[in-house]
Design a binder for this molecule. Structure first.
Ligand SMILES: NC(=O)C1=CN([C@@H]2O[C@H](COP(=O)(O)OP(=O)(O)OC[C@H]3O[C@@H](n4cnc5c(N)ncnc54)[C@H](O)[C@@H]3O)[C@@H](O)[C@H]2O)C=CC1
Ligand SMILES: O=C(O)[C@@H]1CCC=N1
Length: 265
């Protein structure tokens, strides 16, 4: 779907805002001439997307946009003073409630999302929640915008977005954590670091594709390996025995707790 509405990204000079802007343009979903980015840094540091309008003035961005994406840090939101009444406001900020966004922007139609760092390679999985006033056509716009960044899926409750800060938002870093642990182990067993890095990245990125197959079922893949009763089963059972599931659960809970604390900072 090509998005006809004019899009503005406040914080479009930042990590995630830049990735969304590039994905939206590269996918063809958004015409760069209808895209505006704002941020606090020098305009020369903004992403180099031809024909995109860049500004340090949020009011100018709002004036030029039908859809305003909020991509500043949660603690920076208190400094964003805009009047977006009558516009669709889409937040990617962790921890900031839709009620607070309406209160501070005047927008009735608010969507909360939690994309992730894989938006940079158009592989973010992005859940989104629309407040009741959001029209069906604006919901379709949000779905199209985040499909340009990877996959997107509507959730029925705002609390699901707060939960997803850990799972989808922070989860993009988890494969690298797994790879790092494997590299460290391989190096202590004498393997050359360069080989270990290539092998770990290859295993983590390559084998993840098993889960990308239609109908893939993580629990079934794990159980099949355990039922095979070979070396993989030995590895999986030892990791579980040492608290793998508990470590993941603690990580997800810590991310959501941190988001709640950041939103109050
Ligand atoms: N980085 C990630 O993987 C993810 C980030 N998020 C959320 O996305 C938001 C942005 O995160 P990042 O891009 O990583 O941060 P960032 O620090 O790279 O970008 C934020 C940008 O906002 C700009 N900014 C700050 N105050 C501003 C203001 N008043 N007006 C205009 N621009 C302003 C800054 O110049 C900065 O470039 C955060 O709220 C974060 O919780 C959500 C999911 C994943
Ligand atoms: O690390 C962070 O704070 C951001 C928010 C969710 C994922 N990344």
């Amino acid at each position: 779907m090509t998005i006809e509405q004019r899009i503005g990204i406040i914080g479009g000079n930042g990590w995630l805002g830049s990735a969304i802007a590039s994905a939206a343009v590269d996918s063809g979903a958004v015409d760069p001439a209808r895209l505006t980015l704002s941020g606090r840094s020098d305009l020369s540091t903004f992403p180099a997307i031809p024909d995109v309008h860049r500004t340090n003035l949020n009011a100018e961005l709002v004036e030029r946009s039908d859809v305003v994406i909020l991509s500043v840090g949660p603690a920076q939101f208190a400094d964003v003073r805009i009047d977006a009444a009558g516009k669709l406001v889409v937040s990617v900020m962790a921890g900031i409630t839709a009620a607070r966004i309406t209160e501070r922007t005047g927008a009735a139609e608010v969507v909360r999302t939690i994309p992730n760092a894989a938006a940079a390679v158009r592989r973010s999985f992005t859940p989104w929640y629309a407040t009741p006033p959001v029209s069906a056509s604006n919901k379709a716009l949000v779905q199209a915008l985040f499909e340009a960044c990877g996959e997107a899926s509507e959730v029925p409750e705002e609390s699901h977005i707060d939960y997803c800060v850990g799972m989808t938002g922070s989860g993009a870093a988890f494969p690298a954590l797994l790879a790092e642990a494997m590299i460290a182990h391989a190096v202590t067993h004498g393997l050359p670091r360069a080989f270990a890095e290539r092998a770990a990245a290859g295993v983590v990125a390559g084998a993840s594709q098993l889960l990308a197959r239609p109908g893939a079922d993580a629990a079934r893949i794990v159980q099949e390996m355990i039922d095979y009763r070979g070396t993989t089963a030995a590895a999986l059972l030892a990791m579980r025995e040492r608290g793998f599931d508990e470590a993941v659960a603690a990580g997800l809970a810590a991310a959501s707790a941190k988001a709640a604390a950041m939103s109050k900072a």
